[in-house]
Design a protein around this ligand. Structure first.
Ligand SMILES: Nc1nc2c(ncn2[C@@H]2O[C@H](COP(=O)(O)OP(=O)(O)O)[C@@H](O)[C@H]2O)c(=O)[nH]1
Ligand SMILES: [Mg+2]
Length: 449
């Protein structure tokens, strides 16, 4: 017997429709008590949308609604579920929810519907988490990766690796139990080969950078000394006048960020205060912030003024360039005072000629940026930090097993490491998950999901 939980499943605020959702043994009875169908007869037909009125205890209409009953087990939670589709906005759904609570439902905790789907075995933990990732996805690429996870990409990978580890455990057991039949040296060779390939497969799916970009978006930061045209380039990249542009050095003081989508990946583009020594305390804070933004960026655009010889500040920036850098030789519409050779003497980074004023080279820069932030997750790639952490634990346990075997330890020493790896992998799909792990996962969910 489960108690019946209730929540508004749609986002707060004005909208066309708001949905109140009920799940549990009492869902059907509750729906019968608060919903008067225009035509449908009781008992309600399962999975049939009905038109009617939601009513209070005195029979007064709370809202004109559509309602549906989904009897277990063919429902999201595998319990009886009822949904009442009210008018959007604050009042109607709240009144309907309140009525459900009056009739004995309990207000659902965050993620409690999905938690029930998990506890009732409809989804494993990785699939349950995919639901929340999908809701939080900030880009098409993130949504696609979460969808694959929801469809079992991660779960299938975990199961495949776990099955192969279980086979290897059997091999170890056979070689220790029947030393005459299983040659230890051959078993050790097969073990190290198989483990090495499993470690590689896990590593491929733990693309830490790609996963972070999917979760949070990629960051692209414009850097350069004052007046080289960073803010102009920001505006050109966004095709809008977002940042203030003047010919006065030090115009941009704070870090200014704006979102855009490149190839389906969410990108946060930041314009910064120019890098220079300054006595102005406000500008100095801006310069510090700019430096920090550059440190954590995925791509750094070092902007130079092509019409002025390189300064010491330019040279210092170029010397600090790394594989995240694209050099933007801006103001290419003016007479050139900086040559490619001047830049190449300081950094091998890719250099593009650009004019933020005329727009020349901006498309080429956008294309290069799209390439740099692109994430092409392999099937079953891990997105959630929790999953990557556990998969890396598993890989490191397998590395320990390989070293132990190579060092000539008896094979059953490696079995301990394999068991550790299996436990980490099981954590991803939530097999034998403890209450506290489950609590932690679902506490990040929204109410009504
Ligand atoms: N001719 C030319 N002038 C530019 C170009 N980009 C920016 N500027 C000018 O350079 C000055 C400084 O630009 P701004 O974007 O504020 O530079 P920031 O200090 O690096 O943000 C302004 O007067 C801009 O109009 C360009 O591509 N060509
Ligand atoms: Mg600026």
């Amino acid at each position: 017997m489960s108690d019946t939980i209730a929540a508004i499943a749609t986002a707060r605020g004005a909208g066309g429709i708001a949905i109140v959702r009920l799940s549990g043994d009492g869902a059907e009875e509750l729906l019968g008590a608060m919903f008067v169908p225009a035509r449908a007869a009781k008992p309600f037909e399962s999975h049939r949308l009905m038109y009617g009125r939601a009513v209070d205890g005195g029979g007064e209409t709370l809202d004109e609604v559509m309602a549906v009953l989904m009897r277990a087990p063919a429902s999201y939670t595998r319990e009886d579920v009822a949904e009442i589709h009210c008018h959007g906005g604050a009042a109607c759904a709240s009144a309907v929810l309140e009525r459900a609570l009056e009739l004995g439902a309990r207000a659902a905790e965050p993620g409690e519907f999905t938690r029930r789907a998990f506890l009732n075995g409809r989804v494993d933990l990785a699939k349950a988490e995919a639901v929340m990732q999908l809701i939080g996805a900030g880009s098409r690429a993130a949504a696609r990766a979460s969808m694959r996870q929801l469809e079992g990409g991660v779960s299938g990978f975990v199961k495949g690796v776990s099955d192969r580890l279980t086979d290897l455990m059997a091999l170890i057991e056979a070689s220790t139990d029947f030393p005459d039949e299983v040659e230890e040296e051959a078993a050790a060779a097969r073990l190290t080969d198989d483990l090495d390939s499993l470690i590689r497969e896990i590593d491929v799916r733990c693309d830490v950078r790609g996963a972070r970009i999917l979760r949070e978006g990629a960051s692209v930061v414009l850097a350069g000394r004052p007046n080289v045209g960073k803010s102009s380039l920001m505006n050109a990249l966004l095709s809008q006048e977002r940042a203030i542009v003047t010919d006065i050095p030090g115009t941009t003081r704070d870090v200014l960020t704006e979102r855009l989508s490149l190839g389906g990946v969410a990108v946060e583009l930041s314009d910064t205060a120019g890098q220079r020594d300054t006595a102005d305390p406000v500008e100095r804070i801006g310069v510090d912030r700019a430096r920090r933004a550059v440190e954590s960026a995925d791509v750094v655009l070092i902007v130079l003024d092509a019409a002025e010889p390189l300064t010491g500040e330019d040279a210092a920036l170029l010397r600090g360039a790394d594989d995240r850098t694209i050099v933007c030789l801006n103001k290419s519409d003016l007479n050139e005072a900086v040559s490619r050779a001047d830049i190449e003497a300081l950094t091998p980074a890719l250099t593009l000629d650009i004019s933020a004023r005329t727009g020349d080279g901006v498309d080429a820069l956008l294309e290069e940026l799209t390439r740099r932030v692109a994430v092409t997750p392999v099937d079953g790639a891990l997105v959630a930090q929790r999953h990557i952490g556990l998969a890396q634990d598993a890989a490191s346990a397998l590395r320990d097993a390989v070293s132990a075997i190579r060092a000539g330890f008896p094979l059953d020493t490696a079995a301990i490491d394999l068991r550790r790896a299996l436990a980490s992998l099981a954590g991803i799909t939530g097999q034998d998950a403890t209450e506290s792990v489950i609590d932690r996962v679902f506490s990040t969910f929204c109410v009504g999901k």
